[in-house]
Design a protein around this ligand. Structure first.
Ligand SMILES: O=C(CO)[C@@H](O)[C@H](O)COP(=O)(O)O
Ligand SMILES: [Fe+2]
Length: 214
């Protein structure tokens, strides 16, 4: 079952509540948190997630593009995140394992994310314990970038590891997703699609969400 997660990075932040309601036909809401260190951009943090939680019942999928994320897992969980993704490049193996343990203790779903450069095999130490793997199909940091087709092979490899070690784990892709790239990533094994500009750049976001489902 394909899930669509519009990224509010492409929403109008002055009218965030209105823009969240405009994507209510989607399955999840994707929230991009950037710290200006792990990626060269600053976006939103804990207080905004807390406010979003008050204005929607949608599943909040929070993509943490921050260094040493273990420091903030509990805060994001308390703010109302349903799922947290931590980048494997954002800390050493001990820090990542700790972050996943805190997620478990807080009762949020657990995901790891991969930059395009990172080998699919890097997920192996964690895979059996994950709810989702996020494969980036652009360099993290900004919305509106072009899809990196060479990531299709990474998606296929992650899908085969998931099949082998944890078939219930979801496979999310993020970056440059539109109806055409959606078709290609689904064929490669993705089941959860993030889309920012393709949804919020459309005159009718509900139609754009339907188009992504194929
Ligand atoms: O995590 C990120 C960017 O780092 C994404 O979630 C983007 O916000 C997706 O935007 P589009 O590529 O769909 O415009
Ligand atoms: Fe994202």
């Amino acid at each position: 079952m394909i899930k669509i997660a519009p990224s509010i990075l492409s929403a109008d932040f002055v009218n965030l509540e209105r823009d969240i309601k405009r994507v209510s036909t989607a399955d999840w809401l994707h929230v991009d948190v950037m710290d200006g260190h792990f990626v060269p951009n600053l976006t939103i943090g804990i207080p905004v997630v807390k406010s979003i939680r008050k204005c929607t019942d949608m599943f909040l999928d929070v993509h943490l593009m921050i260094d040493k994320p273990v420091r903030y897992i509990e805060d994001f969980a308390k703010a109302g995140a349903d799922l947290l993704s931590v980048h494997l490049e954002a800390d050493g193996p001990t820090g990542i394992a700790q972050a996943l343990r805190v997620m478990e203790d807080c009762g949020v779903k657990k995901a790891v994310a991969l930059r395009p450069i990172t080998s699919p095999k890097a997920i192996l130490p964690y895979l059996e314990n994950l709810d989702m793997v996020l494969v980036m199909t652009v360099e993290p940091g900004f919305g509106g970038q072009s899809f990196m087709a060479d990531q299709l092979d990474t998606i296929s490899q992650v899908r085969s590891l998931i099949r082998q070690y944890n078939p219930a784990c979801r496979l999310q892709v993020d970056g440059g997703i539109n109806p055409e790239t959606a078709r290609r990533v689904i064929a490669a094994g993705a089941d959860t699609l993030v889309a920012g500009s393709a949804v919020y750049g459309a005159a009718d976001p509900a139609m754009a969400i339907a188009a992504l489902r194929g």
